[in-house]
Design a protein around this ligand. Structure first.
Ligand SMILES: [Zn+2]
Ligand SMILES: [Zn+2]
Length: 250
């Protein structure tokens, strides 16, 4: 009897360990493997010119994903602002120099009744040394969906949305023991299909690279250092995501 309960305990501990391992493997999949491939997908879809030049070409649009309820000096006519914040100040600050102080061009920053009714974005630029390393998954997906949609086919867009949604779901798994093996398999399969499809859209080399990375993640030992690293990256992304939009001072 005592022996049986001992066996049961061991099996339970074993199951717990597997669930915990699955959780960290899934985070590793998102923050390491998927993110690395998505960076390359973005670079390939941007084409010539580089990331910084691309960001500058999109800066007006991206500015209003953050400041969504006040027009800027480059809004012509009646621009339809989103009214919904797509990106936080912290996410924008990863990619752009946010002008502070009195750096508005004369007449570009307009006030009415003590309230700013127009910001100046003339000195809002992509950071000089910006690279795709600064991207988190939400930023990468937002850029692909909103700036590069014409370079994506409908299934690619669907895959990007799937990855974005699943990333959000993984973030909501607060307790490492709450992810069943079935859920893990379901999420993993969807992520794997999506990122492999996106990689294949770039070229066969990236497709093979993605397959190798996935295989090596599946087979690797999850040492504590790795678990802490990937978990920490996910928490940094979440913190950026949820920071409230602050009114900029120009
Ligand atoms: Zn504007
Ligand atoms: Zn201006």
């Amino acid at each position: 009897m005592a022996e049986m309960s001992e066996q049961l305990k061991m099996r339970e501990r074993h199951d717990d360990e597997i669930i915990e391992e699955n959780y960290y493997r899934l985070i590793g999949f998102v923050v390491d493997v998927i993110m690395e491939i998505l960076r390359k997908v973005i670079i390939s879809k941007i084409g010539h010119g580089g990331f910084q030049k691309f960001l500058n070409s999109q800066k007006h649009k991206m500015y209003h994903w953050w400041i969504n309820n006040t027009q800027c000096c480059q809004c012509y006519g009646s621009i339809k602002l989103l009214g919904e914040t797509e990106l936080s100040r912290a996410q924008i600050a990863c990619l752009f120099e946010i002008p502070v102080g009195d750096r508005a061009k004369p007449g570009h920053h307009k006030m009415k009744n003590g309230k700013t009714i127009q910001y100046c974005v003339c000195k809002f630029y992509a950071k000089v040394d910006v690279t795709t390393k600064e991207l988190d998954l939400a930023l990468a997906c937002t850029i692909l969906i909103n700036c590069l949609s014409t370079k994506c086919n409908p299934l690619e867009l669907k895959c990007i949305r799937t990855i974005k949604n699943l990333r959000n779901q993984i973030s909501h798994v607060t307790c490492t023991q709450s992810l069943t093996s079935d859920e893990f398999n379901r999420v993993w399969e969807k992520l794997e299909y999506s990122i492999l499809y996106l990689a294949k859209g770039v070229n066969e080399n990236l497709h093979v690279e993605a397959q190798k990375s996935i295989l090596s993640l599946k087979n690797r030992d999850l040492e504590l250092k790795y678990c802490l690293k990937v978990h920490n990256i996910l928490r940094i992304w979440e913190k950026r995501d949820t920071l409230l939009t602050e009114v900029i001072l120009i």
